[in-house]
Design a protein around this ligand. Structure first.
Ligand code: VTB
Length: 337
């Protein structure tokens, strides 16, 4: 880029490209492909369609990407492989995290909050969780950033969040994955009289809701997927929120193996561990309706999508409503829209 002048002076920081705007085309394509499978009861077919569309569109993004967070190993689903190279191969060198569908189950059963997401960050700055699939998490929006500590009791965290927001614990809404492992956590939150939103899946969207005032969610608590934790960290880094995580081993054997590989299960992963650079880009498109995003709607040969586009360097959050002409797309793209 030629040096730019501003009021007669040459300026050093020239506006740079916002790759998040390219990424939204990737999540839109995956959401459009996956949207066809809403309620059809076939998680694998939905995932395959989203992965294929995502891989195809990623090839057009001007970056030299390496997949650090590819989903699928835990769920034995079709996937973008860890280590897979994506993008045109041109600079910048980046790490990439993908979740073609976060919430395959709600999508397959026609339920809420399935989204498609992608994040990129400078090479070497994203946390690589290796084979460890579970992470205990606490995520909050900008108001409560710096006020929580995952090692503190639930009560201390909820009080700190309520204080930061100028309200009472009863005013808070805590979002938690509906899992038997969270029985005790749910009981604790109930004793404290905070409100609970239980979700069947989709804790990337859940973490983002804490930084999205309209969603009415104050904090995410509990154990979810590690890949989802890294994606949420990228988004929250850009949106000014915070997530802390701790890896959770499922068995004594997994714990031993992890320790041998150099993973520390008793250390808190902070924003700086999970997404170390401010230069992150994140995009998400709704597949089914939710608090964060509207789902894909089809009508009269067209479809609409609703997306979030976020860039860490500037902190800009864009909402992108797109109208897609499917008969045109089907003429120029092999993706079956
Ligand atoms: C969550 C959820 C995902 O994994 O991270 C969850 O957001 C955690 O694992 O949609 P379990 O489902 O095993 O509890 C997903 O459900 C994807 O598998």
């Amino acid at each position: 880029m030629r040096p730019l002048q501003w009021r007669g002076e040459t300026i050093v920081t020239t506006p740079t490209r916002n790759l998040a705007l390219e990424l939204v085309r990737v999540t839109e394509a995956a959401a459009l492909a996956a949207g066809r499978f809403m309620g059809r009861g076939d998680k694998t077919a939905a995932d395959r369609a989203a992965v294929e569309a995502m891989r195809f569109m990623l090839a057009s993004v001007p970056m030299d990407g390496v997949v650090v967070i590819g989903e699928g190993e835990k769920d034995e689903a079709p996937m973008l492989y860890n280590g897979e190279r994506v993008g045109t191969g041109d600079p910048p060198p980046v790490d990439i995290a993908v979740d073609p569908i976060d919430g395959t189950r709600p999508l397959a059963t026609g339920n809420l909050n399935a989204i498609s997401t992608v994040a990129i960050a400078p090479r070497g700055t994203m946390f690589d969780p290796g084979p460890f699939v579970y992470m205990n998490k606490i995520a909050v929006g900008p108001d409560a950033k710096g006020k929580v500590d995952i090692t503190a009791p639930v009560e201390a965290n909820l009080r700190a969040i309520a204080r930061a927001k100028g309200g009472r614990v009863e005013d808070l809404t805590v979002i938690i994955l509906d899992r038997p492992r969270h029985e005790e956590l749910i009981a604790q939150v109930r004793r404290l009289r905070a409100r609970i939103r239980l979700i069947p899946d989709g804790d990337v969207a859940a973490a983002l809701m804490t930084a999205w005032p309209e969603a009415g969610i104050d904090v995410l608590l509990g154990i979810g997927g590690t890949p989802e934790g890294v994606l949420a960290a990228c988004a929250l880094r850009a949106m000014g929120g915070e997530i802390q995580g701790r890896l959770v081993a499922r068995t004594a054997d997994e714990l031993r193996r992890g320790r041998e590989m150099g993973f520390e299960f008793d250390r808190t992963l902070t924003m700086d561990d999970l997404a170390a650079s401010d230069d992150v880009c994140f995009a998400a498109t709704g597949i089914t309706d939710g608090e964060l995003l509207r789902g894909v709607k089809y009508s009269g040969g067209g479809a609409t999508t609703d997306s979030l586009v976020v860039r860490g360097l500037s902190g800009t959050v864009r909402q992108v409503r797109a109208i897609h002409r499917l008969e045109k797309l089907n003429r120029i793209s092999p993706i079956p829209y």
